[in-house]
Design a protein around this ligand. Structure first.
Ligand code: FAD
Length: 314
């Protein structure tokens, strides 16, 4: 099924919905661990899950394999990320063919960053220069078979100098056939709400799903923001500074911050939330539990063994 159809249904009912992003692990054991985690997180009721695509097609085989297993074995509605630069065009064709063969109907169409070790991204032969070219290609080749999501950058894409022009390019991706936007992670909800308003002002009407990243560790946060040049407000740094060496305290802070972000966005009329899980389960689960979106695992735990009760029943 197309994710956009599920989202339209949730939006028409005004109910909250969420999705989980995973990346392909490097080892066979890591992949098995991911499957176990996906199976457990299935119970958290994601509307869909998505699997990233290594820049330049570096994870093409394993991404396709995970997409196929998640979709056809675990029955999860799955979205495959697909980039269109720094790799031969045959990889695009093969990935789309494999996705269709396993029943996956959802693609997140991306330009891609330079692969590890390269500083520049390169257009792909066959006319793939920007994500919009991939959106057009998928529509040309597959008609309406795939639902297509594209990336949005609330703080501005790292290469952008003209923020208004960027929105025009975003709109071009929708006009070319994309159905929805999933955003880069961010740490300033007001800025996201303003971004949605600016998108609406240029005529972008589709769902815009915010990327939620529960902070897992101080160094992890620093690494993540270095990729996208994210702005982290001073009050977040100030709260993290005294606990930065205490991983458990940082995780707890990250969960509470994610809860506060989602509550603030809900109050502003946002229903859908995309979790950057980084293949971790606990923080996403606790965020959803504290929001009351899913029952608490503690609440459904079996009661501790009580021998006297057992005797009475016997
Ligand atoms: P585009 O939409 O092509 O935009 C790239 C830049 O070009 C922007 O600055 C845009 O304004 C500009 N531009 C667009 N069209 C034109 C035009 N016609 N003329 C001039 N300029 C133009 N990367 C991966 O490698 N693998 C992943 O799995 C992955 N998943 C992601 C998931 C999400 C939700 C997001 C937000 C990003 C993801 N990325 C991933 C990162 C993404 O590949 C990079 O951010 C990349 O630099 C831009 O991709 P894009 O699809 O936004 O590009």
């Amino acid at each position: 099924m197309k994710v956009i159809d599920k989202i339209r249904e949730a939006e028409s009912e005004g109910r909250p919905y969420w999705s989980f992003e995973y990346f392909p692990p490097k080892t066979a054991q890591g992949v098995q661990n991911l499957y176990d985690r996906m199976e457990r997180m299935y119970r958290l009721g994601p509307e869909y899950i998505d699997v990233t695509w290594g820049a330049g097609g570096t994870t093409s085989d394993i991404t396709s394999e995970i997409v196929s297993t998640a979709q056809s074995v675990y029955g999860l509605e799955t979205m495959m990320h697909l980039t269109c630069t720094n790799m031969p065009r045959e990889k695009v064709d093969e990935a789309l063919k494999n996705a269709k063969a396993c029943g996956c109907q959802n693609i997140l169409a991306l330009r891609g960053d330079p692969p590890k070790g390269q500083t520049e991204w390169e257009a792909c032969e066959g006319g793939f220069t920007y994500a919009v070219d991939l959106v057009k290609y998928i529509r040309e080749q597959y008609g309406d078979y795939f639902g297509i999501a594209v990336a949005g950058h609330p703080e501005g894409h790292i290469e952008v100098t003209d923020r208004e022009q960027e929105l025009i390019h975003l709109k071009e991706k929708i006009e070319a056939g994309a159905d929805m936007i999933i955003t880069q992670l961010f740490f300033d909800v007001d800025m996201f709400i303003d971004y949605v308003k600016r998108c609406r002002a240029v005529g972008i009407k589709c769902p815009i799903i915010p990327g939620i990243f529960p902070i897992q560790s101080y160094n992890g946060l620093k690494r993540v923001i270095s990729f996208n040049n994210n702005h982290v407000p001073d009050e977040i740094w100030a709260a993290l500074e005294p606990i930065k060496d205490d991983d458990a305290a940082v995780k707890e802070y990250g969960i509470q911050l994610a809860v506060d972000f989602v509550k603030k966005m809900r109050a502003a009329g946002v229903n859908g939330f995309h979790f950057y899980t980084f293949n971790l389960e606990r923080s996403t689960r606790l965020t959803l539990e504290r929001l009351g979106f899913v029952p608490s695992l503690e609440a459904v735990k079996p009661l501790p063994w009580n021998p006297s009760l057992h005797k009475k029943r016997a």
